[in-house]
Design a protein around this ligand. Structure first.
Ligand SMILES: Cc1cc2nc3c(=O)[nH]c(=O)nc-3n(C[C@H](O)[C@H](O)[C@H](O)COP(=O)(O)OP(=O)(O)OC[C@H]3O[C@@H](n4cnc5c(N)ncnc54)[C@H](O)[C@@H]3O)c2cc1C
Length: 319
C-alpha cells in the first residue's frame, strides 16, 4: 500500500481526492482516503488499510447512482475498477435440461461468471450477442455489475436478481464467501447492500448468473427497442438516473410533474424538463442543491397525494 507516492505496491491511497470526479452527477467533496482497485487483492489491501486505522470504508463502482455530500466522505473510498471488460466465463447448464430458474420458471441453459467491476452494459451486450436471454433490458444502463447487484438494477420489468445465482463477497480477513440468491433479500431496487446502516457491507467481488437460450437476432431487436425507448424519455447530461423509486401503482416522475415541479431549479440543480424523476446538475450544482430539490419533491407529493417518495439513489456522507 502506498500513500500519495510514485512507488506502486497495491492500490495507491490518495488523501482528499474529490469524489465529484467519480460520480455521474459530478458532485461530491473529498474522501479522507481514496483508491482505485484493479483487482480483488487491491480491494482486500484497501480494507486492511482501513481496519489498521479503524476507519470506515465503502466500495463504489462507476458512481452512477450516488449523491455524495459536499463535505465528502470520512474513511476510505475504494473505487472498483476490476476489469470493466474482463473475462466472461460461460459454463453449460444441466445437459439433461430440467433445471429451472426458480423465479422465472424458465429452463436454464448456461451459468455465467464475471468479476464485479465489469461494465453491466458490456455484460448485457455480450450475452445478447451470444444468444443468452435474461439481461437484454440492461443494455445501455451505466455502472458496474457490483453496483447493479447492490441496487438490484432493473428496467422494463427485469431485475438483476432474477437471473443471479450467487455473489462472491470479500470477508474482513481477505477470504471469499459465496452468498446464494435465496440468502439475499432482494426487492424492487433494493438489496441487503442498500438497507442503510445495518446493511451488508462486504464488497461484492464476483457473481454467477443463469440464462436461457434465445435467438441473438431477437434479443438484439428487443435490446434496441428498450434502449431507444429509454433514450427518448430520459434526459442526457449529468444525473444519477431515477431519483425516487416508483411507489406501488404510480410513476414517481408523473407525481412530481403533476405538482408542477418539472424544470424547477435550486442553485445549479434542476428537475429535468424531460423526465421529472431525474435531477440534473446543470454545471455547478452542489449536493445541498440536489437535496433541497429532493425534499421539495417529497413534501409536495406527500401534500398533494399522501404518497411518501423513497430514494432510489444512494446518498453518502454527512449532509
Ligand atoms: C443516465 C442513467 C440512467 C440510469 N438508468 C437506470 C435504469 O434504467 N435502471 C436502474 O436500475 N438504474 C439506472 N441507473 C442507475 C445506475 O446506473 C445503477 O444503479 C447502477 O447499477 C449503479 O452502478 P454503479 O457501479 O455506478 O454503482 P455506484 O453508483 O458506484 O454505487 C451504488 C451503490 O452500490 C454499492 N456498490 C457498488 N459496487 C459495489 C460492490 N462491488 N460491492 C458492494 N457494494 C457495491 C455502493 O456502495 C453504493 O451503495 C441509471 C443511471 C444513470 C446515470
Amino acid at each position: 500500500m502506498t500513500i500519495g507516492s510514485d512507488k506502486q505496491s497495491g492500490p495507491q491511497m490518495m488523501a482528499g481526492e474529490l469524489l465529484s470526479r467519480h460520480t455521474s452527477l459530478h458532485i461530491g467533496g473529498p474522501a479522507d482516503f481514496f483508491c482505485v482497485a484493479y483487482s480483488a487483492d487491491d480491494i482486500a489491501e484497501a480494507i486492511a488499510f482501513s481496519s489498521q486505522r479503524s476507519l470506515p470504508f465503502i466500495i463504489i463502482g462507476s458512481g452512477t447512482n450516488l449523491l455524495v455530500s459536499d463535505a465528502g466522505m470520512p474513511g476510505v473510498v475504494i473505487k472498483n475498477a476490476t476489469g470493466a471488460k474482463g473475462a466472461i466465463q460461460i459454463a453449460p447448464g444441466p445437459a439433461s435440461g430440467g433445471y429451472q430458474n426458480s423465479l422465472e420458471g424458465s429452463d436454464v441453459s448456461a451459468f455465467v461468471s464475471v468479476g464485479s467491476g465489469m461494465s453491466f452494459s458490456h455484460l448485457a451486450t455480450e450475452l445478447v450477442d451470444r444468444g443468452f436471454a435474461g439481461l437484454e433490458w440492461a443494455v445501455g444502463i451505466p455502472g458496474t455489475v457490483g453496483g447493479a447487484i447492490a441496487g438490484n438494477a432493473g428496467a422494463h420489468g427485469g431485475e438483476v436478481s432474477h437471473c443471479l445465482r450467487f455473489v462472491e463477497v470479500l470477508e474482513k480477513d481477505g477470504g471469499r464467501k459465496q452468498i446464494t440468491r435465496e440468502d439475499m433479500l432482494f426487492s424492487y431496487r433494493s438489496s441487503p447492500w442498500k438497507s442503510g446502516r445495518e446493511g451488508e457491507r462486504r464488497p461484492i467481488v464476483g457473481a454467477e448468473f443463469e440464462f436461457r437460450r434465445d435467438s441473438a437476432e431477437h434479443l438484439r431487436e428487443t435490446a434496441r427497442t428498450y434502449l431507444a425507448g429509454r433514450r427518448s424519455i430520459q434526459p442526457g447530461g449529468w444525473s444519477a438516473g431515477s431519483v425516487f423509486r416508483n411507489p406501488p401503482g404510480f410513476a414517481a416522475g408523473a407525481l412530481i410533474e403533476q405538482c408542477g415541479l418539472k424544470g424547477f431549479r435550486i442553485g445549479g440543480a434542476e428537475i429535468s424538463p424531460v423526465h421529472a424523476n431525474f435531477i440534473v446538475n446543470t454545471g455547478k450544482a452542489s449536493a445541498s442543491d440536489v437535496l433541497a430539490l429532493i425534499e421539495l419533491c417529497q413534501e409536495k407529493v406527500s401534500l398533494s397525494f399522501g404518497i411518501e417518495l423513497s430514494l432510489e439513489i444512494v446518498v453518502l456522507g454527512e449532509q
